[in-house]
Write a protein that binds this ligand. Structure first.
Ligand code: PLP
Length: 383
């Protein structure tokens, strides 16, 4: 099997599995307890905070553990909305993941306004439109670091600068789930106040992640109870998950050069396909500065994405149509339509996403099968 759906989730590193087993069998203590074995767990969790903080240009005590990206986005958006005394507007891009889009709609019920930033045909937020939308009443701006559908790196630093020039108190949230440790982030230098990340996209386990919260941000807890995480996120620590997240962060850091080299694999795959009439890339071209190293959105003229995906699965290659959460519902990709693709082009799209278990030979094998399947399926295409 060739697994090319790493944006849906990644296979955990062996180091992650080992740490999980050790944590569950030996270091299972409640990290909030006062005896030494529990304090040791707490110490290891602190090391994880430190490692994450180093990666994103924040301080160790600004890292708050969550159950993953969805919870981080919810806590960021609702947590800020519930602290505001005056009615304000909330801004996000039109291609946000549902964890942001669905949640930001909920602030309307609190009386705030939601404004949506459009993207251009390249899948990148339109900064001129963004500057027009954001004003002195904008309390919160949310933008993903990397699009989960096209791999387009978003100009979050520029967006933060535009927002702060209009309102110095604005809170800038970045959904970093597809970007963390694959595209650089320095919250301090880039003017980012909140950053959500998820372990299972970097070869860690599912159900654990972090929201990095800069000190200037006031948040209302969404989960109340025992008061863990400075009262912001109650619940017994998922210490096995957190220690495994640390193992994933350490291994990703040790293999940074390989992460960067995913870009060459993606470029090679596209190189093999670009000469085929009727195949196109959606979003920035591989090699472009705005193209993340690991995600490639491809359209095959006249062949539906799910047909291509199923055909590739038959050949032992796993890809997805659009994003995983939307694909099983057969939902239309709003991102692709927002980029100006016709309905038919959007329907003819698959997403290939790479991880550190992939090899260059797999790109050749995938390209061979895509070319073969496209030729075969084109015979049956609608005219
Ligand atoms: C951009 C983006 N944000 C948020 C999420 C949700 O993260 P999690 O699965 O950790 O809840 C995903 C998952 O695919 C994502 O791609």
């Amino acid at each position: 099997m060739i697994y090319l759906d790493n944006s849906a989730t990644t296979r955990p590193f062996d180091s992650v599995i080992e740490v999980t087993v050790r944590s569950m069998s030996e270091a299972y203590f409640n990290a909030s307890a006062a005896y030494k074995p529990a304090l040791d767990v707490e110490k290891e969790m602190r090391a994880c905070r430190k490692a994450i903080a180093m990666e994103v240009g924040a301080a160790e005590d600004e890292v708050l553990f969550t159950s993953g990206g969805t919870e981080g986005d919810n806590l960021a958006i609702l947590g800020v909305a519930q602290t505001l005394r005056e009615k304000a507007n909330f801004v996000c891009s039109e291609i946000e993941h549902p964890a942001v889009l669905e949640t930001i709609r909920r602030v309307e019920k609190l009386g705030h306004e939601v404004r949506v930033m459009p993207i251009g045909p390249d899948g990148v937020v339109d900064l001129a439109a963004c500057a027009e939308l954001i004003d002195e009443k904008t309390a919160f701006v949310s933008c993903m670091q990397v699009s989960n559908e096209t791999g387009a790196i978003q100009p979050v630093e520029e967006i933060a600068r535009i927002a702060r020039a209009k309102n110095a108190d604005v809170i800038v949230h970045v959904d970093g789930v597809q970007g963390f440790m694959r595209v650089p982030m320095h919250m301090g230098k880039m003017g980012v106040d909140l950053y959500a990340l998820s372990a299972h996209k970097i070869h860690g386990p599912k159900g654990v992640g972090a929201l990095v919260v800069k000190k200037r941000v006031r948040l209302a807890a969404q989960m109340t109870g025992g008061g863990q995480e400075k009262n912001l996120r109650s619940g017994t620590y998922n210490s096995a998950g957190i220690l495994a997240l640390h193992a994933a962060v350490k291994e990703m850091a040790a293999r940074r050069a390989e992460v960067a080299a995913l870009g060459a694999m993606k470029a090679h795959l596209w190189q093999r396909l670009c000469g085929v009439a009727g195949v196109r890339v959606n979003g920035p071209m591989p090699g472009d500065a705005a193209s993340a190293p690991h995600i490639l959105s491809l359209s095959f003229d006249g062949v539906r994405g799910e047909v291509m995906r199923n055909a590739l699965e038959g050949a032992g290659i796993l890809v997805s149509t659009g994003s995983a959460c939307a694909s099983h519902k057969q939902k239309v990709s709003t991102s692709l339509r927002a980029m100006g693709l016709t309905q038919e082009q959007a329907d003819g799209t698959i997403r290939v996403s790479l991880g550190l278990h992939n090899r260059m030979e797999e790109m050749d094998a995938a390209a061979d099968q895509m070319i073969r399947m496209f030729a075969l399926l084109s015979k049956y295409k609608r005219r």
